[in-house]
Structure formats: structure tokens, C-alpha cells
Design a protein around this ligand. Structure first.
Ligand SMILES: Cc1cc2nc3c(=O)[nH]c(=O)nc-3n(C[C@H](O)[C@H](O)[C@H](O)COP(=O)(O)OP(=O)(O)OC[C@H]3O[C@@H](n4cnc5c(N)ncnc54)[C@H](O)[C@@H]3O)c2cc1C
Length: 513
């Protein structure tokens, strides 16, 4: 399999992708038997990290046959705590997952934690989920994988994707042991070093890592007071340094690495000891590591999110320093944006350009996240100019508007996709407002569109197999009606049936007559 085969321009009109015309396919059913043959999948996902697992679940909501291939035989053991921000919590609520996740995390008040400058959340945070949930990454990964498999996704571990070839009908995926599998689409959710992205030949421009950090959990041989005394002293000059209790006798350790390494292999305990001695003058007698890892501050964005029948999502499409805790959130949000669009393609009702909106909407969002992490990284520098800027920003964040602006950036609730001219609500997410049955997000668990209709005189007509209709004069809306996409973004605002029908066609394809 030769990579040059796969470097076509990403477009739904790409010659390598020839789907059936919509008129040939009933929107309510899947594509023809040839594609539904036993042993063939609609979508193969490379990588069962948070992005891959979430995408698998989203596709299963639409009865798409999904296989997830994961190269690791066991789930990861590195237990870094990640923060789920407001928009991700909203998405979990939209899929009925939040109740399952909450008991495993620690709720902290939302705050505009920008460049490690913490300020209390300003007034005006329009969300029922206005907090940060700290949760170990392996736990959220396990919960998302369980959710996907309960919905019917198949996960095969110990299967590394090593090759791919695409043609008019689908994609052939090659595994490390030479096995070949066939699917209609492939999505690379295989992380920052994505094999799928490299096989596609998609560029990943940006800045290489300037610094790296070592992170791990291990035991120490000195009393806590000694650690606390040293830590206070060191953190005056080094932000990327900590030793924190992380369970019985175990400490979480973060220390700058000696330099930037190209190795994917984890660091050794000796690497930690050397760096601790270099910075703290002692290695604190660290021993008995539970896990050791390394991460850098490289910042890169894929040139394309789609080449024909192969797509990229999550870290495979974008990487940036972990400051602000945004990477996992961004990947899960990619998955929710892509899932229903790809499913629509498989089910046969997708409007021609729908799949291309995935890149059009999500790539600019990632570009903004990359930019805010660049800005935050500069603000963490110990250079006098950066420190002065940091002091200035600290003052500015006392203004509620500045505080709110930054908080919306980090938590992804400020996103407005460009759906063309229209009221401010168009393209934004709708918060979980009260409706007559309870709350809006309870009505979005199945991943379908929703017409929220305060006029009680509109209809979703021939789209009722894809779009639900809630007639509710009491809904907490200050516009007559909204059409919501399955990802909870507002696709239309108005009160005119003909205008609504045009927008239903735009997002949900041809009606069934
Ligand atoms: C120290 C640190 C702290 C962080 N804190 C936060 C935080 O607070 N909040 C946040 O949102 N993000 C945080 N992140 C970022 C977050 O961890 C990543 O963005 C997230 O894991 C990306 O998810 P993913 O599923 O896209 O990729 P990954 O998690 O990298 O998953 C990719 C999966 O693909 C598999 N794979 C790779 N190659 C292949 C192949 N060829 N075939 C099959 N499978 C393959 C891998 O084994 C892996 O399971 C942090 C990162 C670091 C380093």
C-alpha cells in the first residue's frame, strides 16, 4: 500500500468517494446489501482513546456498524487527572452520560484559569453545568468505551493499523499482523503521532516541542514537610514542577526534562532522579514508580481533516501544550460534530456538503485552541517582559467581560459556527433550558435533530425519521422556534414553515414523501 495513493484533496466530491445519490436510498435505511455484507464495517476507527470511543458511540446511535481498532492490549495506566470543561459536560448530559461520569470525578468551581491565573467565574455563565470536573483520564476513557460497547460498537485491542488504501467503494485497512479489513470509512483517532495521518500524507505544520516535561507517580523516601519546604522555594521560579500526594504513599511528580526527545518510549526512573537533583538539589529518594510518561509543548494542526473516505479527529488532527486542559475536550467535541454527519452519509440522507462541514467547523476551533495555548505558554515564561504582561492580564481579568471571554474560550461555550447571516444564536450551542418535560438535553440522548417550537404550528414533516418535534409554548426561549442539530448547535431560528423546510433540507437532506 503506497501513501501517494491517498493524497487527494479532501472534498465530498472527491472522485474516490462515490456514494449513492440520495434519491436511490431511503433515508430511513442504510446503504445497499453489498456494503452491509457480513465482515464489512461501515466505519473503522483507529484508536480507542477518548475521541475514538466517543465517536464510536455517536455512530452507534444511528445504527452504523463500527469497529474500533486499538493498538494497546490493555487500557493505559498513566493516571493523569484531566479536567472536563463546561461544553464537554453539556455534551455528556446531552447523551445521558453525565450521571455515570460524575461519581468518578471531583467537581470544582468554574474559573477563568488562563495561563494559571485563577479568577472566580464571573456572573453570566449561561449553563446548568458551570463547573470543572477533574477525573482520571483512564476512568473517562473506560466510561466512554463502555458506553460505546453497550451501544453495540466492537472494540479489538492489540490491533495496530499500519496501512490503508481507499477506492470508490471504501477503505482497506491493514493491521500489523497483515490482516486486512474493509469498511466504507476510516477515522484516525490514533493520537498525536497518528499513523493514519502519516499514511494519508496530510501535513501537520506548526512548532516542534521547545520543552518537555516528565510526569509520573512514584514513592518518595523523605517526609512530607521536607517536600513542602523545597517545593515552595522551587515553584517561585519553576511553574512546571510539583510533587503532590496522589494516594497512599504515592506522589505525582512533574519535572522539566533535560531536553526534547524524539523517543516515544516512556522515560526511566533514572531520568526523573537526574532532573530532580538538577532542579531541587535532591531526588527525594524517589522509587517504586507506578507509571512514567513524558509530554512536550509541540503545537501542530493537520492541513486537512478529510481525504476522501478517511478522516482525522482528536489529537490526530491537532496537538498543543496541556495548559488549560483542553485537548481531550476538543477531541470529544470533534467526535460529536463528526458522528451524526458521517452516520448521515452511511444512512444515505446526508446533503452533499454535510461531511465537509466537519473540517470547516472544527479546524478553526482547533486553530483557536492552539493560539490560546501559545499565548498561555508565553505568559508562563520567566522573562521580565512576559512577567509584566502576566501582571497586566491578571489586572484585566478583574473585568468581568475579560474574565468571561477567556472562560468561554477555555470551556468551549463561546463557539459560534459560521452558518451564514442570521441572529446571534445561529451557530451557537443552546444551553440546557427548561422545557415542559424537564430539560432540553434530556431530549437529545438519541443524537437526532430537534425542532423546538414555541408557536405550536410548525412541523418537521418528511424529516420526522431524523428530527424530533417539541411543541412547547413554555420553553425558556426568547425566539419563536429553533432547529437544533444532533450536536446541540442552532441550525435555524424563525417561525416560517417554508424557511424551516429549506433549513431542514440543508442539514437533514431530502424529506421522505
Ligand atoms: C500532562 C497532560 C495533561 C492533560 N490534561 C488535560 C486536561 O486536563 N483536559 C484535556 O482536555 N486534555 C488534557 N490533556 C490532553 C489529552 O490527554 C489528549 O488531548 C487526549 O488524550 C487526546 O485524545 P485522543 O483520543 O484524540 O488521543 P489519544 O488519547 O492519544 O488516544 C489515541 C489512541 O490511539 C491508539 N493508537 C495509536 N496508534 C494506533 C494505531 N496505529 N492503530 C490503532 N490504535 C492506535 C493509542 O494507543 C491510543 O489509545 C493532557 C495531556 C497531558 C500530556
Amino acid at each position: 500500500m503506497h501513501p501517494a495513493h491517498f493524497t487527494a484533496e479532501p472534498s465530498s466530491t472527491d472522485p474516490v468517494e462515490r456514494d449513492l445519490p440520495v434519491s436511490d436510498v431511503s433515508p430511513a435505511r442504510s446503504e445497499p446489501h453489498a456494503d452491509r455484507a457480513p465482515g464489512r464495517y461501515d466505519v473503522i476507527i483507529a484508536g480507542c482513546g477518548p475521541t475514538g470511543a466517543m465517536l464510536a458511540a455517536e455512530l452507534r446511535l444511528h445504527d452504523v456498524r463500527v469497529l474500533v481498532l486499538e493498538k494497546e492490549t490493555e487500557p493505559v495506566s498513566a493516571v493523569r487527572i484531566v479536567g472536563l470543561h463546561i461544553r464537554s459536560l453539556e455534551l455528556m448530559a446531552m447523551r445521558g452520560l453525565l450521571e455515570r461520569i460524575l461519581p468518578h470525578g471531583r467537581r470544582r468551581p468554574a474559573s477563568a484559569y488562563f495561563a494559571a491565573i485563577a479568577k472566580p467565574a464571573p456572573p453570566g455563565l449561561d449553563s446548568r453545568y458551570a463547573y470543572l470536573l477533574g477525573i482520571p483520564q483512564p476512568v473517562i476513557e473506560r466510561l466512554l468505551e463502555e458506553h460505546a460497547t453497550e451501544l453495540g460498537a466492537q472494540v479489538r485491542r492489540g490491533c495496530a493499523v499500519t496501512g490503508l488504501a481507499q477506492d470508490d467503494e471504501g477503505v482497506t485497512v491493514e493491521l500489523a499482523d497483515g490482516e486486512q479489513l474493509r469498511s466504507r470509512y476510516l477515522v484516525g483517532c490514533d493520537g498525536g503521532r497518528s499513523t493514519v495521518r502519516k499514511l494519508l500524507g496530510v501535513g501537520f505544520p506548526g512548532e516542534p516541542a521547545r520543552t518537555e516535561s516528565l510526569m509520573g507517580e512514584m514513592e518518595v523516601a523523605v517526609p512530607p514537610e521536607e517536600i513542602a519546604a523545597k517545593l515552595g522555594e522551587i515553584r517561585e521560579t519553576h511553574q512546571r514542577f510539583w510533587l503532590r500526594p496522589a494516594g497512599a504513599e504515592v506522589y505525582s511528580v512533574l519535572v522539566p526534562a533535560a531536553g526534547v526527545s524524539d523517543r516515544a518510549a516512556p522515560p526511566t526512573l533514572e531520568d526523573f532522579k537526574r532532573q530532580l537533583r538538577a532542579i531541587a538539589g535532591t531526588d527525594f529518594g524517589v522509587h517504586s514508580p507506578r507509571w512514567l510518561s513524558r509530554f512536550g509543548d509541540a503545537t501542530r494542526l493537520a492541513d486537512h481533516y478529510r481525504v476522501g473516505r478517511v478522516l482525522l479527529a482528536g489529537d490526530a488532527a491537532h496537538i498543543h501544550p496541556p495548559i488549560g486542559g483542553q485537548g481531550l475536550n476538543l477531541g470529544v467535541q470533534d467526535a460529536v460534530n463528526l458522528g451524526w454527519k458521517l452516520a448521515a452519509r452511511i444512512r444515505g440522507w446526508a446533503p452533499q456538503a454535510l461531511l465537509d462541514t466537519y473540517q470547516a467547523e472544527r479546524r478553526p476551533v482547533a486553530a483557536e485552541v492552539l493560539d490560546n495555548t501559545r499565548a498561555q505558554t508565553e505568559l508562563l515564561s520567566t522573562e521580565p517582559g512576559a512577567q509584566a504582561l502576566r501582571r497586566l492580564l491578571t489586572e484585566l481579568m478583574d473585568f468581568d467581560e475579560v474574565n468571561l471571554h477567556l472562560l468561554k474560550k477555555i470551556t468551549a461555550i463561546g463557539i459560534r459556527y459560521d452558518f451564514g447571516a442570521g441572529p446571534d444564536l445561529l451557530g451557537r450551542r443552546l444551553p440546557d433550558i427548561a422545557v415542559k418535560q424537564g430539560h432540553l438535553y434530556d431530549l437529545l440522548h438519541r443524537g437526532r435533530g430537534l425542532l423546538l417550537d414555541r408557536t405550536e404550528r410548525l412541523t418537521v414533516g418528511g424529516w420526522s425519521d431524523r428530527v424530533d418535534h417539541l411543541a412547547d409554548t413554555t420553553a425558556e426561549l426568547d425566539v419563536p422556534c429553533v432547529l437544533l442539530r444532533p450536536d446541540g448547535h442552532v441550525a435555524w431560528v424563525g417561525d416560517d414553515q417554508q424557511d424551516l423546510d429549506e433549513h431542514l433540507s440543508r442539514w437533514f437532506g431530502e424529506p421522505v414523501h
